[in-house]
Design a binder for this molecule. Structure first.
Ligand SMILES: *[C@@H]1O[C@H](CO)[C@@H](O)[C@H](O)[C@H]1NC(C)=O
Ligand SMILES: *[C@@H]1O[C@H](CO)[C@@H](O)[C@H](O)[C@H]1NC(C)=O
Ligand SMILES: *[C@@H]1O[C@H](CO)[C@@H](O)[C@H](O)[C@H]1NC(C)=O
Ligand SMILES: *[C@@H]1O[C@H](CO)[C@@H](O)[C@H](O)[C@H]1NC(C)=O
Ligand SMILES: *[C@@H]1O[C@H](CO)[C@@H](O)[C@H](O)[C@H]1NC(C)=O
Ligand SMILES: *[C@@H]1O[C@H](CO)[C@@H](O)[C@H](O)[C@H]1NC(C)=O
Ligand SMILES: *[C@@H]1O[C@H](CO)[C@@H](O)[C@H](O)[C@H]1NC(C)=O
Ligand SMILES: *[C@@H]1O[C@H](CO)[C@@H](O)[C@H](O)[C@H]1NC(C)=O
Ligand SMILES: *[C@@H]1O[C@H](CO)[C@@H](O)[C@H](O)[C@H]1NC(C)=O
Ligand SMILES: *[C@@H]1O[C@H](CO)[C@@H](O)[C@H](O)[C@H]1NC(C)=O
Ligand SMILES: *[C@@H]1O[C@H](CO)[C@@H](O)[C@H](O)[C@H]1NC(C)=O
Ligand SMILES: *[C@@H]1O[C@H](CO)[C@@H](O)[C@H](O)[C@H]1NC(C)=O
Length: 440
């Protein structure tokens, strides 16, 4: 606890450079925000191997949700497989805003934070322990309980319901079965930094009163929903785009830009070309990409394009998710990926006790084959650091097989390190370019 407390205090520094503008075109009235994200495991003194093991565990428990067979046909099941990695720091309330630390999650829409009167003791309402104080609605003069007929309450269907004329929500759950229940409220969000602060009134969010699950740890207070739905933070802020750039170093903060003219080539590594691929607009929830093939060295996996396609029943599909750590592939695709590494390296895999879920080879010196993901119109040429992990005298491939049977492919944040990723919501595309994230 002591360590976490200390880490949290350091992480509260918000380096936002803010300017309020009134947009005259497009969605209109958009807010412009620059924030710094911290890594959820920052300051805990874990070795890279320990970090990786935790990520693998998280990604795996998330995939396990599919096994339980919950609504695989409902494309709007929230947030699975989601986890906390990169934290957004902001304040909520008036006159003094109360600090919250929320996991940036493009795999869900609802933004929520733990609220009083919950407690960490087992009780009718219960919250997991957190390093920061619980948000106290009674200290904020701008706090409102949202009514059942508010548009936000409608947007939260089917999880919302009417309790005592106000909007409640029940069992909004994530991939590993972590859930939050509470009431839907609104208040002023304060994005603050060295060069001033921007207060945005009346943003809808969840006051989490009963929250539990292994996804939730004391360094966070809730989740920031960056999904495609009306309730997500980018939708409420009416921005045309947002971008993030995840550093690979847990001590270095990562920028997230909302509604800024993100000049992707600006922070790009020299010579790198910006790649752009369309989003499938059928879904109003996840960010679905059109993944066409995967190449390992000189081997293109012999899978039909349909292996990555979104089916009408909601199974399959490829999403990009900031809230999942390690990329997950459907079993039949993963098995071909393994075969390709085995044949490219001409080596037999070894079991590595410290990384039991990963494909590892007895190769401390060998250069690993290149790994490429081919999207419609764009190629993601993964830097070695985004999929190769040295463990003792072995080398492990940081990609996991999903275990749920719903055949979804999830591009996780480990594979997005050192990339500036732009979500163009107005143009329905995703762009990315290798970048030095601390310079963006
Ligand atoms: C809180 O959530 C847990 C798990 O989701 C559930 O078992 C419990 O009944 C809930 N408690 C209340 C008071 O709703
Ligand atoms: C919000 O609802 C709670 C009961 O759930 C009530 O105690 C509180 O006074 C309400 N706040 C406002 C500002 O209406
Ligand atoms: C605040 O937002 C809610 C939900 O979108 C809406 O119903 C309400 O009218 C808004 N209130 C103000 C004062 O803008
Ligand atoms: C609804 O309000 C009444 C009167 O304030 C209260 O007694 C009751 O417990 C409330 N019900 C719920 C579910 O909060
Ligand atoms: C999910 O949560 C429910 C309710 O808390 C519990 O009964 C169930 O066993 C959990 N499933 C898994 C796979 O953890
Ligand atoms: C989002 O809100 C708009 C109106 O503001 C509504 O027409 C649309 O149906 C909503 N989308 C969803 C998925 O609820
Ligand atoms: C991570 O960043 C910190 C602060 O910028 C720096 O001191 C440290 O050397 C970096 N660590 C690695 C492994 O690059
Ligand atoms: C982070 O990425 C940079 C650039 O690819 C690399 O030089 C550095 O070793 C990486 N640091 C860590 C901690 O992985
Ligand atoms: C992002 O959106 C803003 C308006 O919100 C616009 O001025 C800017 O050009 C957009 N940037 C990109 C890269 O699309
Ligand atoms: C988008 O997804 C739908 C399934 O929901 C699929 O029929 C369609 O072909 C996809 N569009 C593209 C351009 O891939
Ligand atoms: C790595 O290999 C070297 C040389 O074979 C050996 O001395 C060392 O003990 C090995 N390290 C581990 C952790 O297995
Ligand atoms: C997943 O894909 C495999 C291989 O195409 C197929 O056999 C299986 O039926 C699919 N599972 C689901 C749930 O769609």
């Amino acid at each position: 606890m002591q360590r976490e407390r200390a880490a949290a205090a350091v992480l509260l520094v918000l380096l936002a450079a803010l300017a309020a503008v009134s947009s005259t075109s497009g969605a209109g009235g958009g807010t412009v925000i620059r924030m710094q994200l911290s890594h959820a495991d920052a300051g805990r003194g874990l070795t890279p191997g320990e970090l990786l093991q935790r990520m693998a565990l998280r990604s795996k428990t998330r995939a396990a949700r599919f096994l339980s067979g919950s609504s695989a046909s409902a494309p709007v099941t929230p947030g699975y497989p989601s986890t906390k990695e990169y934290l957004v720091h902001l304040g909520i309330g008036t006159p003094s805003s109360q600090p919250v630390q929320l996991v940036l999650d493009t795999g869900s829409d609802l933004t929520w934070t733990q609220c009083l009167p919950c407690s960490s003791a087992a009780a009718a309402s219960s919250c997991f322990p957190q390093a920061l104080p619980y948000f106290d609605p009674s200290l904020s003069s701008t706090f409102v309980n949202l009514t059942c007929d508010s548009s936000a309450c409608q947007d939260l269907l089917p999880w919302s319901s009417c309790v005592n004329q106000t909007c409640a929500y029940n069992s909004y759950s994530y991939g590993d079965n972590s859930t939050t229940s509470g009431k839907l409220v609104a208040d002023t969000f304060v994005f603050q930094g060295a060069q001033g602060q921007t207060a945005v009134p009346n943003l809808s969010f969840g006051c989490g009163l009963n929250n539990s699950g292994r996804s939730f740890t004391p360094i966070m207070t809730g989740i920031a929903g960056f999904g495609r739905g009306n309730l997500s933070l980018p939708s409420q802020l009416k921005v045309d785009n947002f971008s993030y750039c995840f550093t690979n170093n847990t001590s270095t903060s990562s920028p997230v830009l909302l509604g800024l003219p993100a000049n992707l080539s600006g922070g790009a590594s020299s010579g790198a070309a910006v790649q752009t691929t369309p989003l499938n607009t059928t879904s109003t929830f996840y960010y679905y990409l059109n993944l066409k093939s995967i190449t390992v060295g000189s081997t293109t996996l012999q899978v039909p394009e349909s292996a990555f396609a979104l089916n009408a029943d909601g199974t399959g599909g490829t999403i990009i998710d900031s809230g999942t750590s390690i990329t997950l592939l459907p079993p039949h695709v993963f098995s071909l990926l393994s075969d390709a590494f085995v044949s490219e390296l001409n080596m037999t895999p070894v079991a590595v006790t410290a990384q039991p879920d990963l494909l590892c080879f007895p190769a401390s010196t060998t250069t690993m084959p290149k790994l490429q993901l081919q999207f419609e119109g764009a190629t993601l040429d993964l830097p070695q650091g985004n999929y190769v992990f040295p463990q003792d005298n072995n080398t492990c491939i940081v990609i996991l097989q999903s275990s749920g049977g719903n055949n979804m492919t999830i591009i996780g944040n480990y594979q997005q390190q050192n990339l500036h990723v732009l979500y163009d919501l107005a143009g329905n595309t995703i762009s990315f370019v290798p970048a030095q994230c601390d310079k963006v």
